[in-house]
Design a protein around this ligand. Structure first.
Ligand code: SF4
Length: 178
């Protein structure tokens, strides 16, 4: 059993502009309580640049060293952030996963906190992508998001027309004219 799937089953209307505080509540899952590390055994969450100084402070290691040793860039929708390295690829455990769970739990990356795979996982992951990866001012980012939407639905506010309300501009983006 994956405990997070059993929690947070309340109805939730998640849109691209749902406030962070609401997302934090929906994403909060009892991984530690249940000693569950399934997500961390085969992948890692996205870290924002602003997460890294907190992690460096906690580890008491210079920021550049933390970046080099423990993180690698991750690019989605033409936007690059960071993610903890894995001990082996393509599906190894996170370098921060220890016997007692996440060794940096209190300062774990934003993606580990918010893009959980609980009952609302698909909505939370779309919210995360829309708020941290998809850049409506970057034509390539919009095109890559459009490609994803060919194969899956999204949350309200994630539709192409919501991202780029100007129909002519959207047409030009999708036809690679801009
Ligand atoms: S940083 Fe912590 S929570 Fe995030 S994937 Fe690694 S072990 Fe899991």
């Amino acid at each position: 059993m994956i405990p997070c799937r059993e929690t947070k089953q309340e109805e939730a209307h998640v849109t691209a502009s749902t406030p962070l505080q609401v997302i934090e509540h929906l994403a909060d899952t009892p991984c530690q309580k249940h000693n569950c590390t399934k997500c961390c055994e085969t992948g890692t969450g996205t870290a924002l640049e602003s997460d890294l100084p907190h992690i460096a402070d906690t580890l008491n290691v210079p920021l550049n060293e933390v970046k080099d040793k423990y993180f690698e860039p991750v690019t989605r929708f033409h936007t690059t952030h960071w993610k903890p390295k894995m001990v082996s690829k393509p599906y190894g455990a996170c370098v921060f996963l220890g016997k007692e769970g996440c060794s940096i739990h209190s300062v774990r990356p934003t993606g580990c906190r918010l893009a959980s795979w609980n009952h609302h996982g698909e909505k939370l992951n779309d919210w995360f992508d829309l708020n941290y990866f998809v850049n409506k001012n970057d034509a390539q980012s919009v095109r890559e998001w459009a490609m994803k939407l060919k194969f899956s639905k999204t949350i309200p506010g994630g539709e192409l027309e919501a991202l780029v309300p100007d129909k002519e501009k959207l047409r030009k983006i999708l036809s690679h004219e801009i």
